[in-house]
Design a protein around this ligand. Structure first.
Ligand code: SF4
Length: 349
C-alpha cells in the first residue's frame, strides 16, 4: 500500500479512489481564460488540475485561480524554487517540482520548509526526455532503471530536508518503457504513483497508448492518480482518463452492450447511448448491461449490477438482488431510473 497524501481535500494513495488529473494549456497569467478552462475540466470530472507556473506573474495569478477553482490546483514549476514557494504562499494545493534541479541543498531546504509549513505535497515528475546526464551515461540511454533512480534521487533530497508527502511519476513516451519503469518503481518505494504515458500524441492514438500503459499498471494494482496526456485541448484527457477507470471498473459506470446483430430485439444502440449520457458524471462503480436478445442477454445482464435484455416486443430488466421482470415502453428511461435508484442505495451504504 502506498502512503496517503492530500492535495487540498483530495486524497492520493493509501487506498484512496484513483483520481483523474489534467493540465491547462492557457496562459496561466490570463486568469479569465485559465479559470474558465479549469471549470470546464472540473465539470468534465477532473479531480485535480495542474497549471504551469513559469514566472512571477503566473505565481501571482495562482491566488485568483485558487479562489475561483472548484477543485484543488497543482503548480508545475521547473528549476526555480522561489516560484514554487510563491505558488504555495498563494494557496496552491500541490506542487510538481524536481528538487534535484533547483540549485542545491539550500534551495531544497527552503522549499521543504515552505511545503511543510503549508502541508503541500510534492510530485517529483521524471520524464524520459529530461533525465540527468549522469543517469543517461550510467545506463546508456533512457531506461526503466534510470527513470526510477532519478525519481528516487529527487525524492530523497526532499525527504532528507524533512518532507515526505511525495508522489512520483516516471513517464516515457514509449508504452513499454513507461510500464517497466512504474513496475520497477512500485517495488522500490511506497510513494503514491502518478501514472501517465507522456507525449502520447493526439486523441485517438494517444488514448490507445494511455489506455494500454495506464491500464496495464492499474491492472497490476499500481497507480494512485492518472493523467492522460493528449496533444491539444485538455478536456478530452479527462474523458479518456475516466473511461480507463470505467473500463477497469474502478470508477463510474461500465456499460456492457452487445454489438447487435440480426437477432437484436430492442434498440440496443439508442439505449446504450442514452445510458452513457445519463451516467457520465456518476462516480459510483457499477456495471450496466444492454443486450439485444436472449442468447447472451440474460447471462450478461445477470452478471451486471443492472441490465436489460431484449425479448420479443419487450425487454427483461435485471437488477442485482431482485427477480428479473419484463418491461415495455421507453426501455432507456426505465433502465436509467433503476440506475439512479441503485446508485442512491450504493451511495447511502
Ligand atoms: Fe446478437 Fe443477441 Fe449477441 Fe446482441 S446479444 S449481438 S442481439 S446474439
Amino acid at each position: 500500500m502506498t502512503r496517503k497524501i492530500y492535495a487540498g481535500n483530495v486524497a492520493i494513495g493509501g487506498g484512496a479512489p484513483i483520481t483523474v488529473q489534467s493540465m491547462t494549456n492557457t496562459d496561466t497569467r490570463d486568469v479569465e481564460a485559465t479559470s474558465a478552462q479549469i471549470q470546464r475540466l472540473a465539470d468534465a470530472g477532473c479531480d485535480l488540475v495542474r497549471v504551469s507556473v513559469y514566472d512571477q506573474s503566473c505565481a501571482e495569478a495562482v491566488r485568483a485561480l485558487v479562489d475561483r477553482s472548484p477543485v484543488p490546483l497543482v503548480a508545475d514549476v521547473h528549476f526555480d524554487h522561489r516560484l514554487a514557494i510563491a505558488a504555495v504562499e498563494n494557496g496552491i494545493a500541490k506542487l510538481r517540482i524536481n528538487p534535484g534541479n533547483i540549485g542545491g541543498e539550500k534551495n531544497v531546504r527552503a522549499l521543504a520548509d515552505c511545503v511543510k509549513a503549508h502541508r503541500v505535497p510534492v510530485r517529483v515528475g521524471v520524464n524520459g526526455g529530461s533525465l540527468e546526464k549522469e543517469i543517461l551515461a550510467k545506463y546508456g540511454g533512457v531506461t526503466a532503471e534510470g527513470l526510477v533512480e532519478s525519481a528516487l534521487w529527487h525524492a530523497r533530497l526532499l525527504e532528507d530536508c524533512g518532507w515526505g508527502e511525495i508522489a512520483l511519476s516516471m513517464k516515457a513516451s514509449g508504452v513499454r518503457l513507461t510500464v517497466d519503469a512504474y513496475r520497477l518503481g512500485a517495488k522500490q518505494c511506497d510513494y503514491p504513483l502518478h501514472l501517465g504515458v507522456t507525449e502520447a500524441g493526439g486523441p485517438g492514438m494517444g488514448n490507445i497508448k494511455s489506455a494500454i500503459g495506464i491500464g496495464a499498471l492499474l491492472l497490476d494494482g499500481i497507480g494512485d492518480t492518472i493523467r492522460v496526456s493528449l496533444t491539444g485541448d485538455p478536456e478530452p484527457e479527462v474523458a479518456a482518463g475516466i473511461d480507463i477507470l470505467r473500463a477497469l471498473r474502478l470508477r463510474g459506470v461500465d456499460i456492457v452492450s452487445c454489438p447487435t446483430c440480426g437477432r437484436t430485439g430492442i434498440d440496443v444502440v439508442g439505449i446504450a447511448e442514452q445510458v452513457l449520457k445519463a451516467t457520465a458524471s456518476i462516480k459510483t462503480t457499477m456495471r450496466v448491461a444492454v443486450m439485444g436478445c436472449v442468447v447472451n442477454g440474460p447471462g450478461e445482464a445477470r452478471e451486471a449490477d443492472l441490465g436489460i435484455s431484449g425479448g420479443k416486443d419487450s425487454g427483461v430488466l435485471f437488477v442485482k438482488g431482485a427477480e428479473p421482470r419484463p418491461v415495455r415502453g421507453d426501455l432507456a428511461a426505465i433502465l436509467i431510473e433503476e440506475i439512479e435508484k441503485y446508485r442512491n442505495i450504493r451511495e447511502a451504504q
